[in-house]
Design a binder for this molecule. Structure first.
Ligand SMILES: [Cu+2]
Length: 80
């Protein structure tokens, strides 16, 4: 299930910044972005190589911070 901008505007989505280590190029950024967006309940995922960070909007009724970290770990990177 995908969430959307109106859900965010209504205050139903959380936005979190996760420190992500292990990314070395834009291919890594694309991989992390893809796995995050594949998690149900995730709206936007902005991943930055420079900041080693992922800013993720998600619906807390559908998924959790732990699930986001798990998805990143499964892809071979480390989320803190
Ligand atoms: Cu890479």
């Amino acid at each position: 299930m995908k969430t959307n901008a109106s859900a965010f505007a209504a205050g139903l989505l959380f936005a979190v910044g996760l420190a992500v280590s292990g990314m070395t190029c834009q291919g890594c950024v694309a991989s992390v972005t893809r796995v995050l967006q594949a998690v149900g309940g995730v709206g936007r995922a902005d991943v930055s190589l420079e900041k080693a960070e992922a800013v993720v909007e998600f619906d807390p009724r559908v998924t959790s911070l732990a699930a986001l970290r798990h998805a990143i770990d499964e892809a071979g990177y480390e989320a803190a």
